[in-house]
Design a protein around this ligand. Structure first.
Ligand code: SAM
Length: 264
């Protein structure tokens, strides 16, 4: 049963879908009428309520995609199609200790926190304190803030405070400038992933990764196309998000174990 504070997706259609932490009383206003929270409390996920104008809203369990796409944004965020791939290019697990830069709006931090809980930690670095505070609000809202340590510092200038981490995630305009710090912080053999919107960024990142002692460097782009499924008339939608970013992944090699001068 839905209790006060539970997150619920009030769903009429894709354009009228709202994630709400249900309060004990009050009303939620939509373009199609108001929903009284007291009518939602005590219902089950999957039930339907009506607005005072008689319009149906289904009470759905929000997905990770709903929770990340609906954060309060101060920055661009990592989209679900890219986030899933980045996570699977690492060995993130419950109990893992991972580094992320920058925190931004905390959309990706939500996913990281969920993967490492209950015994792991996300060390989330951000140079702007106002962005970090907004991200903390977003993490508190979904109940995952206790699995994140928020650190406000410029990583390019000051590096990381943590080492022997299981993964490093970079989403910053100049990832190449912190690849050396990432090498120091990572466990040998473990992965770094980085996301950048332009070709120039991934070229620089790739060459610095090679110089700093990373191997298995791969870059991909993921295109997502939605289908309109109708009997006898199924085809792709005309519109799609044609570009978000390029995704880089690599593994740290221990320079001192190399037998050649390649990465020393
Ligand atoms: C695109 S946003 C990250 C969005 C985040 N991944 C999300 O999904 O919400 C990039 C962030 O990196 C931060 N940043 C840029 N350079 C940085 C640096 N040198 N050290 C720490 N944070 C930095 C920016 O302030 C910005 O908030």
């Amino acid at each position: 049963m839905i209790q006060p504070g539970d997150l619920v997706l009030f769903y009429h259609n894709e354009r009228m879908a709202y994630v709400i932490a249900v309060p004990e009383k009050g009303k939620f206003s939509t373009h199609r009428g108001e929903i009284d929270y007291t009518e939602v409390l005590g219902k089950n996920y999957g039930d339907t309520v009506k607005t005072h104008l008689g319009v149906d809203f289904h009470l759905l369990k929000p997905t990770w995609s709903d929770l990340t796409m609906r954060v309060r944004r101060t920055t661009t965020i990592i989209y679900p199609k890219d986030a899933g791939y980045l996570l699977l290019r690492t060995v993130i697990f419950p109990g893992a200790r991972v580094i992320e830069v920058g925190t931004g709006s905390g959309a990706f931090t939500i996913l990281l926190a969920n993967f490492v809980q209950p015994t792991g930690k996300v060390y989330s670095y951000e140079s702007r304190s106002d962005f970090s505070e907004n991200a903390q609000h977003n993490l508190r809202r979904v109940g995952l803030d206790t699995y994140v340590e928020f650190i406000c510092r410029d990583v390019e200038k000051e590096g990381f405070m943590h080492d022997q981490v299981d993964a490093v995630f970079l989403d910053v305009p100049e990832p190449w400038a912190m690849v050396g710090h990432a090498h120091t912080a990572l466990r040998g053999g473990y992965p770094l992933v980085s996301i950048s919107p332009t070709v120039e960024q991934i070229q620089k990142t790739r060459s610095v990764l090679e110089l700093e002692g990373f191997t298995r460097i791969e870059v991909v782009e993921i295109l997502e196309r939605e289908l309109l499924v109708r009997l006898g008339r199924t085809r792709p939608k005309e519109r799609m998000v044609s570009h978000t970013a390029y995704l880089v992944s690599a593994h740290k090699i221990n320079r001192d174990s190399l037998t050649t001068d390649e990465h020393r």
